[in-house]
Design a protein around this ligand. Sequence first.
Ligand code: XUL
Length: 532
Amino acid sequence: MAALTDSCYLGFDFSTQQLKVVAIDGDLQVTHQSNVQFDIELPEFKTQGGVHIHEDKLTVTSPVHMWVKALDLILEKMKRAGFDFSRVKALSGSGQQHGSVYWRKGARQLLQHLDPEKNLHSLLQDSFSIHNSPVWMDSSSSEQCQCLESAVGGAHHLADITGSRAYERFTGNQIAKIHKSQPDKYNETERISLVSSFAASLFLGDYAAIDYSDGSGMNLMNIFTKQWSQQCLQATAPQLEEKLGDPAPSTAVLGSVSHYFVKRFGFPEVCKVVAFTGDNPGSLAGMRLQEGDIAVSLGTSDTVFLWIKEPRPTVEGHIFCNPVDGLSYMALICYKNGSLTRERIRNECAGGSWEGFSRALRSVPMGNNGNIGIYFDTKEITPPAVGIYRFNQYLQKVTTFTQEVEIRALVEGQFLAKRVHAQKLGYKIIPGTRVLATGGASSNKDILQVLSDVFNAPVYTIDVANSACLGSAYRAMHGLVAGMGVSFSEAVRKAPGAQLATTPSPGAEEVYGPLLMKYAELEKEVLKDMKQ
Ligand code: XUL
């Protein structure tokens, strides 16, 4: 029998712009990585950033055949690089969330009998009823969102069932739009997959179940019972339940790789396929988030995700089933005004220099002498407001701040918002809570100090360029032992950890505790102003 270190686990990530793969050994060390960039390596599909933005600017799709061809390509690349597929004990993967794939009637039959002499792309030419899959960047289904919310008794009620109010990119609303605009294609469809479960289906040689975690991004699943909500299904499209199949736990072993992969690439017959999930749930696994932790990704848009036990869905942010622990949940909040706003204020108030920005942060005390700012250069998602708002220590609106105060107000405002919204979704700081910071701005120590002070928790940094992919490899490994009661954290305890960057300054909670409440009030006021 092969020693543990001879074993290997694969994680794939079908993201918007590329397909990635990472292999880890039994000690969780990365042994192989590869990728296929859609725009560059598959130019025949003519995508930009992996997608086609349609004329209405709202419809955004990706060619499903491009994803299939990318899988052919990446496996060929691995073979050429001498990758030994016979050591793969299990594989899993992630996909961009919300995107959907429409399998034509008869496709299951085809999937079950793939000829190992041919590539997947040629074998699956006629397997899809819709060639252009709607993806997460699509925002063309507002009408369907309104219908769904009113059918279930309002946005709040929908969030109480599915973990989120109706969002254009969420799959149910995309399916409803396809049913309305292309009823023939809808009727020709045998199965609807998410990008994640579509990719798992290719490996399995059969339709793979949608996992609970990615299934939470559809506005169709009851996140508490983990079953499709009949009310949502009925409001979306006919015969939908049979087209979706039953959802499955994210840690489930769905079966072994199909004969096709055994014959064509030399995978062992016993190589297991562990349910694929969404890229954000995959990242939660890759970052090895634990109960009480909060991950803050400071990029073009800022994303916050949390591990929570007692979720309280609201009309802001999303609650998903947790991808590694069946009793927990994860919350996700997206902010559009991230790096671009920080860069604008840096340019206007610090002559374009991050050192100047940092100096300004250090020159004003924690709490900014009571000054608070809200900076939404473009319409924010959480909350849906736009504009720049400044308030002095008496909570009166003012038109300007000094440059130093402006810089601190921006950074404090962004982090206060994150803590306020996280708490609204059920987040609690508990002993041992860590803030895991990633993304471009996480290399700035002074920004991280504010983050640590506002959350009153130590901040760790972690390189997550490949977190979803790595998380999938970890999940593949965990999937083999999850049924025996081994927790995810136990299974991956040997993986490299996050680095401690900073701890809260003394007195931080006394300063930011009251400011949090003030910030929440001001945000409500801003929203009220917007509605008038
Ligand atoms: C999350 C979302 C995006 C995609 C990106 O709700 O829409 O983060 O998952 O791939």
